[in-house]
Design a protein around this ligand. Structure first.
Ligand code: OSB
Ligand code: MG
Length: 369
């Protein structure tokens, strides 16, 4: 495939309601959307970078720069035989996984369209629907949290994840368990704790949690292994797993028993597939995380979550959980059984609405210019 043209869109989409983690509170989300033109087709990808470096070191500005000055030139330079070749082509650029992932995603979309199949089929997906969970931010009060959980359960979500941070942890989990004794429940700390908090984290063992996600430092696997030895509850890593090699090391060290795969965090779909296969061989379950993506990134996440070792409900919720108006059609809707249907049309299987994309675009660029 010869890439003819690449477009970068810096967009900002207002969230329906704010989302608070241990590291920030956001009311709108910036992202970089990628369109790649080749052989009469257009493929779409998303780099779900934040405007601040609080989840990862990448920001809108670093992503824009790395794509414009280093990655897009590599795409335009030579023919490409497959999306799976991109990690090798991009390898000289160290790090910057989200910048790479947005471009790679657009190539997967193109490649699937050329083959006349869905991205899910091209990736090796085997499910026609994926189990959907919901990730709920820190709320202003316990009452609001309980009301939100009740509403999501009524909608049919299959698993509840709540964000925790110091001062919003064991007591909150206790209150949630009291009200919802049997709901599949987990917590995500986004690195808000240290090993000094081990006794608090051990207290969580009493609440039958599916897992505790990323309690310790964002780049750590050693202390997580130590913590896992002290806990009954399974640890799941998110931030710490930034590559296939890192996943292999974490499994070898016993740093976690579950991995949250976000294609954007690991540098793209090819790496996500490799981590999926590695975990499958090691009998370690995985699930697909999210970065509050637009319909474009969501479609790619849904596609990968249709692979066989994605055996736990992920953070891929319906479009209306995030947006008043998404930039793709049709929206992802929650089926009555708490699943999202995997699109079957060619490519990502949802159509980008150009007028809506324009409305949320703050800046755009075309290459070659
Ligand atoms: O840690 O999984 C996380 C959102 C932004 C950054 C990090 C995380 C999250 C979520 C939301 O938990 C998942 C989603 O619904 O997309
Ligand atoms: Mg997380």
């Amino acid at each position: 495939m010869q890439v003819e043209r690449v477009e970068q869109f810096h967009i900002q989409m207002p969230l329906k309601s704010h989302f608070e983690t241990s590291f920030s509170r956001v009311t709108a989300l910036d992202k970089i959307i990628i369109a790649i033109y080749a052989e009469g087709l257009v493929g779409w990808g998303e780099s779900p970078v934040d405007s601040d470096p609080y989840y990862s070191y990448e920001t809108i500005e670093t992503c824009w720069h790395i794509q414009r000055d280093f990655l897009i030139p590599l795409l335009l330079k030579h023919n490409l035989s497959s999306a799976a070749d991109l990690p090798a082509r991009f390898a000289r650029v160290r790090g910057h996984p989200m910048a790479k992932a947005g471009l790679e995603a657009a190539i997967w979309d193109l490649e699937a369209q050329q083959a006349g199949v869905s991205v899910a089929t091209l990736l090796g997906g085997t499910r026609s629907a994926i189990e959907s969970g919901v990730s709920i931010g820190v709320q202003d009060s316990v009452g609001e949290l309980l009301d939100r959980i009740a509403a999501y359960l009524t909608e049919g979500y299959r698993r509840i994840k709540i964000k925790i941070k110091p001062g919003w942890d064991v007591e909150i989990v206790r209150a949630v368990r009291e009200r919802f004794p049997a709901v599949p429940l987990m917590v995500d700390a986004n690195s808000a704790y240290t090993l000094d908090d081990a006794s608090m984290l051990r207290a969580l063992d009493g609440y039958d949690l599916l897992m505790i996600e990323q309690p310790l430092a964002y780049d750590d696997i050693i202390e997580h292994a130590e913590l896992q030895r002290q806990l009954q509850t399974r640890l799941c890593l998110d931030e710490s797993i930034y590559s296939v090699g890192r996943a292999r090391e974490a499994l070898a060290m016993g740093s976690c028993q579950i991995i949250n795969i976000k294609p954007a965090r690991v540098g793209g779909m090819t790496q996500a597939l490799a981590i999926h296969d590695l975990c499958q061989a090691a009998e370690v379950p995985v699930w697909c995380g999210g970065m509050l993506e637009s319909g474009i990134g969501r479609a790619h996440n849904v596609a990968v979550a249709s692979l066989p070792n994605f055996t736990l409900p992920g953070d891929i919720s319906a479009s209306d959980r995030y947006w008043h108006e998404d930039i793709t059609e049709p929206p992802f809707v929650l089926n009555p059984d708490g699943t999202l249907t995997v699109p079957t049309g060619p490519g990502i299987g949802v159509a980008v609405q150009r007028d809506r994309l324009e409305k949320v675009t703050l800046r755009r660029a075309t290459y070659p210019s």
